[in-house]
Each structure stands twice: as C-alpha cells, then as structure tokens.
Write a protein that binds this ligand. Sequence first.
Ligand code: TXA
Ligand code: MG
Length: 352
Amino acid sequence: MTRTVILEVNREKPEKPKIKSAADVIRNGGLVAFPTETVYGLGADALNAKAVKRIYAAKKRPLDNPIIVHVATEQETLQLTKNIPLKAKKLISVFWPGPLTLVLRACEKVPKAITGGLDTVAVRMPRHNVALALIEESGVPIAAPSANRSGRPSPTTAEHVRQDLDGRIEMILDGGSTNIGVESTVLDVTVDPPEILRPGGTTYEELVKIVGQVKIHPAALAEKSVRAKVPSPGMKHRHYAPTAELVLVEGSVESTVEKTQQIINYNLRIGKRVGVLATDETKDMYEADVVKSLGSRADLSSAARSLFRLLREFDEDKVDIIVAEGVPLEGLGLAVMNRLRKASNYRIVKAD
Ligand code: TXA
Ligand code: MG
C-alpha cells in the first residue's frame, strides 16, 4: 500500500509549492494523477522505464497497450521523435495545446515500456495549466494514460481517480472537473492521409479543415469488435465499461425511443433494475428505475462532458442494465459513440 496524498490545486493559477511537491514525486520515479482538459491522467517520468512500468501495475493495464507522452513545449517533441511530417507540424501549430495526440516515429531514447514495442510514440500537449505546470516543473516529458483502473470509465474528477487508484499511487492533484470529458483524438501522422485511431476531443471536421483528407480507422468507429491486426494493440482491449451491462440503441430519434422502451420493459419484467441513458429531448418519455440525461442532442459537447461521470453514477445506483440511446456521429458525437459502443461490448441494437 502506498499512501495517496490528495492536493487541491487552482486550475487557472496552480500554486507553486504544490506543483513542486508533485514534480518531486515524478522525478523520483513515482506516480501522480493530474487533471488535463480531457480526463485525468496518471503520470510518470516518460524517460524512466521503471516508473513507466509502475503505471501498468497501478492500472492493471495490459503491457502491450502503449502510453501517450505529454509535453509542455514543441522542443520536447523534437527530442522524442524523428521525421515529423509537414502535416503534423501544421496540426501542432493549430491544435496544441489541446486534445490532439499525434502518433510519430519514435527516437531510440523513448523506452519500449511506453511504446508497447512499436517504433512509434504518441505525443500530446495538454491544454490545462496544472498539467503544463507539472510537466515544466518536472523537467521531463510525462507518460500518462487515463487515471482509471484498466477497463473502467475514464476519470473526469479527482474523486473518480481516488475510487480506482487510492493506495496504489503517490499523489492526486485535484483541479476540479475536466472540461471536455472524453480523451484526446489519437491521429496517426506516420501515414498519409493521416488516420484517426481513436476519435476524441478534436473533431474529424476540425482536422479535415486543416489537412484535407483524413481517414478513420474501422476500429475507431467501434461498430464491432476488431480482432484483426490493428495499428495499436490498445484498440482491441475492452474499455469504458461500468459494472452494469450496457445495451446501445442506434437509429432515428423516434425509433430509438420506441426500441429503448421495449428493451426497458423486457428487463423490468425479468426482474432487473434498469437505468436509461437518455438525452434532454427524450428523458421524460421513459419509465424505468433510473433515467439520466447526457444533455441536449443539439449540444454534443455536454454529452462528452457528462458521459463517463454518468456511467460511474449508474454503478452507484446499482442498476443491473443500462439502456443507452445513441447520438449522431457528428462533431464530438463520434467520440461519444466510440465510448458507448465499446462500453456495450458491441451489444448494439439497430432501431430502424
Ligand atoms: O486525453 C487523453 O488522451 C488522456 C489524457 C490523460 O491525456 N490519455 C489517454 O491515455 O487517454 P490512454 O492510455 O487511456 O489512451 C491512449 C491511447 C490508447 O488507445 C493507445 O493504444 C493509443 O493511445 N496509443 C498510444 N501510443 C500509441 C502508438 N505509438 N501508436 C498507436 N496508438 C497509440
Ligand atoms: Mg484510457
């Protein structure tokens, strides 16, 4: 057991002494969870293979799932990578700091523990003053996956991190709720056109505006389980799952509401406690044990922000099954649907 220290920090102007003590932990090979604009990350010195291995142990993460390296300057990216393509430079200048992770050619000094043995490394610069201050003060790039137990919904508050990792890491910096709520977009720029491996906080539409053609890997759509070869082993692991089973209903709004209520009724009849993940427009139409709303269908950023918190809440409500409505695959909806499809373990019902 490690004693986990929780420090509240000001998200706009992080207090220097607190950042200093967290940076000491990182430099000594320890683990610090910290807020980013997307979700909380579990950080360690990226150049210290032993420290990176502790991340896998704390999260119970499969060893073949590579980890994103977080930097505070473009200079650090140059030190970790080689042959950065022109399109990547363009994306960096537009989207960094921000929720875009770039998969680039790794240089030799990047530990294999981070890349899962691949010859590429994923790099991002978070748009969060606490994260940036921690990286700067540590003086090293910080390797950080989401700070949840492997397979659980990603944490959007320090309390979520505590629930999953208390006693397993040295420190949690509590900077309040994260803003975007889903992880960064992972974009492979070692191929042309660039390819989205995981949809996230930077939308497909935004990327297309800057670099023209962008591909979306079938595994990123998560319409069904991919067992074939994928660019990143992490893409085939189960993710984001609450304890309750989840069924996802996809289709037009009217058919979705009808189908969702049918599934609710069946499960109530067989004695299950049923939760519904609805939207503002539809939430009053359901009869079930617990109904929660992702927010308005007209504003998918609210759905992204609340998704992981709501999935955790359903577990506290002790529902046996969650019936979730799909949302449109536009903007942040693509990232939300990727998470919901994976959380459902591909139990997807087509309503139309
Ligand atoms: O927003 C985020 O990206 C958060 C915050 C903490 O920065 N981090 C995050 O990390 O979501 P994680 O480990 O939960 O997800 C990293 C994803 C995984 O799907 C992994 O397979 C992929 O990035 N990845 C990492 N390195 C890669 C590489 N070299 N090639 C392909 N995919 C890679
Ligand atoms: Mg994760």
